[in-house]
Design a protein around this ligand. Structure first.
Ligand code: SD4
Length: 302
């Protein structure tokens, strides 16, 4: 007997494709919240036109695409991978870390070795289009005499973000997942908030779930999603919990005009909301009765 009305939420405009791919897994017999968030992320990871997730993501300053991803059901059921260079579905690898190892996080070569052991196919993540973009970017930095040519901030534009997905299924199970290629043209070796539990993603069935997107260093400095879930544990509504994270970022950092961060928070009873540092963030939302986008409920800076 269902105890909850199912809901699936995902970050940014590509969130629409994500929730469309995840929904059948949320509502099918034998499926549920974990399958839904994984398949939602996989759809974006497989889209070569998405320049910030999976295959087709922008490379780092050395020309290599590196992926970070996480999944979480509860403090004792989470998994993540970072600095993955030869696996398209980093979210599935994160799920396998959760389900088939005693660990939470695998990085780089070790994560890729584990992927091979698990029979995951190797993938070339750098598309021809992105190789051309990288060469243009590197040429423009060389011409400007920049050294080292690594960028610590996303360039302006709509396609620089993490796919972050939260789900509540009919049995009342909460799950979250996220996947990203991180900041474009980042310093090689840089890892952001997304694969770090409590930073880019946190889920506690007793308190709620939260996922973050935007400039990872801002989110990491305040343990953004852990903070949101702790605020819900203390009784805050999802809207206040998400906005409190953004307020904490504003209090804690000397912000640049290009900085952006956003958080989606989902309570165990299905109430949800999102907040963003600056305009532009939207969440895709799918329920049995709705299928569309919602702008952040609170945007704290212009
Ligand atoms: C990160 N939050 O690695 C992620 C993705 C991102 O703009 O760069 N979003 O920081």
């Amino acid at each position: 007997m269902p105890v909850s009305s199912p809901i699936l939420l995902a970050t940014w405009s590509f969130g629409r494709a994500a929730v469309a791919a995840g929904w059948p897994h949320l509502v099918r017999p034998g499926g549920g919240a974990l399958d839904a968030v994984e398949h939602a992320c996989r759809a974006v990871e497989a889209d070569p036109a998405c320049a910030s997730v999976g295959r087709g993501g922008r490379p780092d300053a050395a020309g290599e695409v590196t992926l970070d991803a996480a999944v979480m059901l509860a403090p004792d059921r989470c998994g993540s991978v970072c600095f993955v260079r030869r696996v398209m579905h980093a979210v599935t690898l994160a799920r396998l870390v959760m389900e088939r190892t005693p660990h939470v996080m695998l990085a780089g070569d070790g994560a890729e070795r584990f992927a091979r052991e698990q029979g995951m196919a190797e993938a070339d993540l750098l598309t021809d289009a992105m190789r051309a973009r990288f060469q243009e970017w590197r040429a423009s930095h060389r011409a400007a005499g920049d050294s080292p040519p690594a960028q610590d901030s996303p360039p302006p534009g709509p396609a620089h973000d993490t796919v972050g997905v939260l789900a509540l299924d009919a049995s009342g199970t909460l799950a979250g997942a996220c996947s990203t290629s991180g900041l474009p043209f980042k310093r090689p070796g840089r890892v952001g908030d997304s694969p770090i539990i409590g930073h880019g993603l946190y889920v506690d069935p007793r308190a709620g779930a939260a996922v973050a997107t935007g400039h990872g260093e801002l989110i990491m400095g305040v343990c953004g999603t852990f903070l949101a879930v702790e605020r819900m544990r203390q009784g805050a509504a999802p809207a206040d919990a998400a906005a409190d994270v953004i307020r904490r970022i504003i209090e804690s950092f000397a912000l640049r005009p290009d900085h952006q961060a956003a958080v989606i928070a989902l309570a165990p009873d299905g109430r949800w909301s999102s907040a963003a540092l600056r305009p532009g963030f939207q969440a895709a939302v799918k329920t049995p009765g709705t299928d569309g986008f919602a702008n952040a409920e609170e945007v704290l800076l212009s």
